[in-house]
Design a protein around this ligand. Structure first.
Ligand code: B12
Ligand code: SF4
Length: 505
């Protein structure tokens, strides 16, 4: 009988409840595992009934429970689920990987309920860990593996070298019950990976330690073929390329766009493929008008760009050196093409003054005025993520260093404000107001649900409320604080109800 491997993808936040996307870190890490030899079960906490699946595994012979998590809600739920597994099955082996474990491997492993931590890419490390566990051999010598010996002493072998991802095979989608994800992605975007890492050095970004400013990519033909295979198997048409920075290599982007264009040329409009991505403005500025038109014609639906602040001073402090004129001019230029642009802003850093905040609000108003096709992503409060320059600066500014895995639970935009020493209760209310109300200042709400119809209804219902929010947003006037009240309540309710589910397992 095949041995079982259980892979858990914990909830990453309330958004997971609205729109369920495939757990790509789990699928990617499992890519090179010998699936003929092992019986793999992926448990995605987003999907209804996950807790029954987990419970069932307590009666089975499980070789290893794998958990993938980034910092915040995901590490919080991951920790609660891991504790539960250990409580029910003392002899189980629990292995953690992903963005958070890579940032704090020793602290993660210090938890009694975690046995092994993987720092680096699962494709390379996971098959080796599984092979050794299966043969009851020591994990000694595997690069990127941290584990405890019999005495509980932590042994580790430094991070493994990055792998060549140019010819990565497709993720093993068949491991998932794809029906649910297909349903969710019918009107929305399906995730696909085109590259890893980023060449920039923004002070708040995980890439500072995660990819060491290196960018590695899959061949564009591989990405395109991956898309076509998904289309043939599941009939999905819209794709979001999850890379942190898609436009690093312009000619590669255009080769990819040409393939999509040629494919769409053969299709009826209703069957055409679209793609969306994230990009750095510095790269987008290199595109001339003809190139923008070419991208629009090929099927580029939307592009997300990090602006971070309307204040040049703040952008500089974040190592994000883009000029105000470039932002405004590019926004005007792209407005002429049917490509949606989504701008990311963050707020609430310890060096941000009220005058900087006003500059962000002014820039947002300007962008919305100049381009009907642009959206402002929610103005999240900057989270000092571990191992970043901004985190170290925040510690100097009075933030307390989290001592244990559970102390990172609050490291999420919705909850971090409570911990920031530079936030007075009044300031906290203002920044939370900006974050929650920014959901309502444009039409983005309709993209937050897997069902476009439901999204459109919400957006329609907000028509009358929007001018009221926009006015208060513009003048930094949180009173009467309805959005903060509802936002806090929803987050609290979400957290407690999900914690209760785990408690009852
Ligand atoms: C897709 C995505 C989302 C999706 C889906 C998230 C989900 N539930 O899976 C959505 C849109 C929901 C999302 C939301 C958020 N996200 Co997000 N997201 C991403 C993104 C773009 C891709 C993740 C991915 O699939 N990567 C691809 C896989 C292959 O990579 P990987 O995780 O690195 O995994 C590899 C290794 O780590 C290892 N590995 C991973 N897990 C494990 C486990 C084991 C056992 C082993 C052995 C190995 C292993 O193997 C993998 C393959 O090599 C990443 C950025 C990125 N490019 O990775 C941000 C990222 C993970 N998100 C991030 C954040 C902050 C958020 C938000 C909190 C933002 C916000 N302010 O609200 C929200 C959460 C809100 C909510 N959910 O309500 C941050 C996390 C930062 C941090 N330091 O923790 C990231 C890194 C983006 C960033 N630039 O900072 N996100
Ligand atoms: S450009 Fe984006 S992905 Fe790259 S370092 Fe800056 S924030 Fe991170």
């Amino acid at each position: 009988m095949k041995k079982k491997i259980v892979f858990i993808s914990p909830l990453s936040g309330i958004y997971d409840k609205l729109y369920k996307t495939i757990p790509l870190p789990a699928l990617s890490a499992l890519r090179e595992v010998d699936l003929k030899r092992y019986d793999v079960l992926i448990i995605d906490q987003k999907i209804q009934g996950w807790e029954y699946l987990l419970k069932k595994t307590f009666e089975e012979d499980v070789l290893v429970y794998c958990v993938s998590a980034f910092t915040g809600y995901q590490s919080h739920f991951g920790a609660l689920i891991s504790k539960k597994i250990k409580e029910k099955r003392k002899n189980s082996t629990i292995l953690w990987g992903g963005v958070h474990a890579c940032a704090r491997p020793i602290q993660t492993l210090n938890e009694k309920y975690i046995d092994i931590v993987c720092v680096g890419e699962g494709e390379k490390i996971l098959p080796e860990i599984i092979k050794r566990l299966d043969k009851k051999k020591s994990l000694k010598g595997i690069f990127g593996v941290y584990f405890k010996d019999r005495q509980g002493k932590i042994i580790y072998f430094e991070k493994s070298l990055p792998i060549d991802i140019s010819k990565l095979k497709d993720p093993p989608y068949d491991l998932l019950d794809m029906k649910v994800y297909i349903q969710e992605s019918k009107e929305n975007d399906f995730y696909i990976e085109g590259a890893r890492g980023c060449i920039y050095n923004c002070s708040f970004c995980y890439n500072q330690y995660y990819s060491n400013k290196k960018w590695r990519f899959r061949d564009e033909k591989e990405i395109f073929d991956n898309i076509i295979r998904i289309y043939k198997s599941y009939g999905l048409k819209n794709y979001f390329i999850i890379d942190d920075s898609f436009f690093v290599n312009k000619s590669r982007v255009f080769r990819f766009a040409k393939m999509v264009y040629q494919e769409n040329f053969k299709r009826k409009p209703k069957d055409m493929i679209s793609f969306s991505c994230e990009a750095n403005l510095t790269h987008l500025l290199l595109l001339n008008d003809n190139e923008l038109l070419e991208l629009a014609k090929s099927g580029l639906k939307w592009v997300a760009v990090g602006i971070e602040s309307g204040s040049e001073r703040i952008r500089k402090l974040y190592n994000k050196e883009i000029s105000q004129d470039d932002i405004i001019n590019f926004n005007k230029r792209i407005a002429k093409y049917p490509i949606k642009i989504r701008y990311n802003f963050i707020t609430g850093s310890f060096f941000e003054k009220r005058s900087d905040l006003k500059k962000s609000i002014a820039l947002i108003s300007r962008l919305l005025k100049d381009n009907n096709n642009c959206l402002i992503q929610p103005m999240y409060i900057t989270v000092p993520y571990p191992n970043t320059t901004y985190f170290n600066q925040a510690i100097k500014a009075g933030l307390k260093e989290p001592k244990r895995l559970c102390d990172w639970s609050f490291y999420d935009s919705f909850r971090i404000s409570k911990l920031l020493p530079w936030f007075s209760p009044k300031k906290r209310r203002l920044y939370e107001f900006l974050m929650y109300s920014s959901y309502l200042i444009d039409d983005k709400i309709k993209y937050y649900f897997s069902s476009k119809t439901f999204g459109k209804i919400c957006s329609f219902l907000l028509v009358l409320y929007k001018p009221f929010v926009r006015l208060r947003f513009k003048y930094l006037f949180p009173f009467p604080n309805i959005e903060v009240f509802i936002g806090r309540f929803l987050n609290y309710y979400f957290l407690k109800s999900e914690e209760n589910v785990i408690r009852k397992i």
